[in-house]
Design a protein around this ligand. Structure first.
Ligand SMILES: Cc1ncc(COP(=O)(O)O)c(C=O)c1O
Length: 399
């Protein structure tokens, strides 16, 4: 009997390039090999104690659904957190809590686009945007950013040329995953003006907002255009507070329709997790700015170690990230995916190997990035040094 067909939507949803080789890492670990995970943005830094205090304080007899729009105390606390850090005047009504930034992005694709509509993105881009687009029937229209120019945005003329009758939004990740590029006031102002002119939404994913280096200051696009009806911010607690497993994100916008229609989608999925939202509502007013600054400084230190170690490998060209916690590097190999698989399947040095994310999957334009990899600096400095020396040995053997 023939199998029932799988939908073309499912067939077209790409596997995550970050997780694609995970089975090889598992097999290496099963053989007793220690694997350094530079492939995934899973911070090793401890989650804030205030979050766990919030979890312990939860003592309701029944674990009920939360409001579909999110815990009111959390929405208030998050609005205040943003107001304090970015000098804004947001209210709880401007926020919708989602199951991570991931769900927020899916909602926003669905609320701003019909199937077949287009969203402009900048290549390389966060790989899961491709998954969200496939799920929602949205077409991503990539514009190339060049490693040689620090993955800066193309000029506005080029972006303008990419806009078609089907374009509904421009999506920017700032600071950028995977490139670590931080877009400044001037670039954001240019995009906001363009979106106003063409009546597009500007969606800015600020998951890594605080993680900027070398004296740069965190900048939310909302600071530039606080009341702009076209501006939608995606935010998350996952990286800022090492709370990836809490699955708490939010959509922030002054556009009441976007919030209202996103809420209809949110009601269809009922609610984001209750206890984690309570704990996050406890965390946000209590957490000190200094603790966020300490984490930022730790990532900056790790970035320096990673870039220095990579630059010491013959044939490797690393682009110095200004923010987030990823580094894009060109490797002296034709096919970084085959090399990443080799590292996990066929190579170890004194019982250790290094897992890197091949960068091809971060390009919507499929013919790009074949010899590039994304490396996450989410291990402590000594482990990063060791992971890169194992990588260097792997490269010598691979050649
Ligand atoms: C740019 C970007 N946006 C969104 C996400 C997803 O975040 P969340 O854990 O809040 O769903 C990630 C996770 O790596 C990310 O890098």
């Amino acid at each position: 009997m023939s199998k029932p067909p799988i939908s073309s939507r499912a067939l077209e949803t790409p596997p995550s390039p970050i997780r694609k080789l995970a089975h090889l890492a598992q097999a290496a670990k099963a053989k007793g090999v220690k694997v350094y995970h530079l492939n995934i943005g899973q911070p090793d830094i401890a989650s804030p104690p205030e979050f766990y205090q919030g979890i312990k304080a939860f003592n309701k007899p029944t674990l009920a659904y939360e409001d579909s729009s999110g815990n009111l105390n959390l929405r208030r606390a998050w609005a205040n957190f943003l107001n304090r850090s970015s000098n804004l005047s947001l209210d709880a009504e401007d926020l919708l809590i989602t199951t991570g930034a991931s769900e927020g992005l899916i909602f926003i694709f669905m609320v701003t686009c019909d199937p077949g509509d287009e969203v402009i993105v900048f290549d390389p881009t966060y790989a899961n945007y491709m998954g969200f687009a496939a799920i929602t029937g949205v077409r991503l229209k990539p514009l190339m950013c060049q490693a040689e120019q620090g993955f800066a945005l193309p000029d506005l003329k080029q972006i303008r040329r990419r806009i078609s009758a089907k374009t509904r939004a421009i999506l920017l990740c700032n600071p950028n995953n995977p490139s670590g590029t931080v877009y400044q006031r001037k670039e954001l102002e240019g995009l906001i003006a363009l979106c106003n002119e063409y009546r597009l939404f500007l969606v800015v994913d600020e998951t890594y907002r605080e993680f900027v280096y070398d004296g740069l200051k965190p900048l939310s696009a909302l600071e530039i255009a606080p009341g702009n009806q076209r501006l939608i911010i995606i935010d998350s607690l996952s990286k800022r507070f090492s709370l990836c497993g809490a699955r708490i994100g939010c959509v922030v916008t002054k556009n009441k329709d976007v919030i209202a229609f996103s809420l209809n989608l949110a009601q269809a999925r009922l609610a984001a997790p209750t206890i984690e939202q309570e704990a996050a509502a406890f965390l946000l007013p209590a957490v000190s700015r200094q603790s966020i600054e300490d984490v930022r400084l730790e990532y900056q230190k790790r970035r320096d170690v990673l870039v220095r170690s990579l630059q010491a490998i013959p044939g490797v060209a690393a682009v110095i990230p200004q923010g987030a916690f990823y580094c894009m590097a060109r490797l002296p190999v034709k096919d970084a995916e085959a090399f990443a698989a080799f590292m996990l399947r066929d190579f170890s040095l004194n019982g250790e190997t290094t897992f890197i994310a091949p960068a091809g999957g971060f390009y919507v334009s499929h013919d790009r990035g074949a010899s590039e990899a994304r490396l996450a600096f989410v291990l402590d400095s000594s482990q990063i040094e060791q992971a890169v020396s194992v990588l260097a040995a792997g490269l010598r053997e691979y050649k």
